[in-house]
Design a protein around this ligand. Sequence first.
Ligand SMILES: [Zn+2]
Length: 290
Amino acid sequence: MISFLSLGLVGIVAIALPITFSTPAVGALQVRVSPTNPKLGDTIAVAIEQQPGTTGSTPTIKLQDKTYPAFEIAPNRFRAMLPTTPLEQPGVRRFQVIAGDQVRNMAVKVGNRSFPIQRINLPPGKSGISATQYELDRVAAFKKLVTPQKYWNGAFARPNKGRISAIYGVRRYYNGKFAKDYYHRGVDYAGGVGSPVVAPASGRVALVGTVSQGFRIHGNIVGIDHGQGVTSAFLHLSRIDVKEGDMVKPGQVIGAVGATGAVTGPHLHWGLYVHGEAVDPVPWREQGFN
Ligand SMILES: [Zn+2]
């Protein structure tokens, strides 16, 4: 478990930057981006409105080399979710909203954010435990899920009553060298061993894995598919109370806090993914995305 007192914490600074809108032509797609001043780690929601009576294809979003789906959330209204992570550079993201033969060019400015820094010193030659290919494959397949149904509703609940012992996005130096691909891909809760882990939102249990199956790093794990490319993983469990295919409701117990996998002490790690990228759960917990 990460002790926060030893982290050399750097304060979190959100820099609010204005969003740029392109001017819509009459009858064109109406596009709204929220939050208006996202920062690294935030989820960007893109709401798309089509003219009533428009028939045609469901919009998609092209951003850099990726295409993200939008899902219908009301008649003629669609929404896509774009992840951002601490590994990216802050700055302007240009993207296209495409629906049939209609295209809108958009831009959003992603602000910088300072994440806490953790310095880890390992004895020379100590590499630690490595993951099995089996667990990497299972987790990768889970994170790729994009189910058209939206199972969640409203803001997410906290999955454990323990205090938060490590926030999202912590960066690391190993023996003084910056780990450029590492960031803390979730939130840690310092609940006691055996304390309940609950589903933060509705969804379908899409992954159950155990140490005995080869989940050497993750430990006993439950993955919930919340739908529309949003998934949650709960790591290091001492006990699992659900099975793959179960539908769970917010607050439903799915397991218990433990110290399985690669940990130095008992805690719950909750990772929240949007299209496979670990995003900051805080905006999902506070205002939510509906
Ligand atoms: Zn963690």
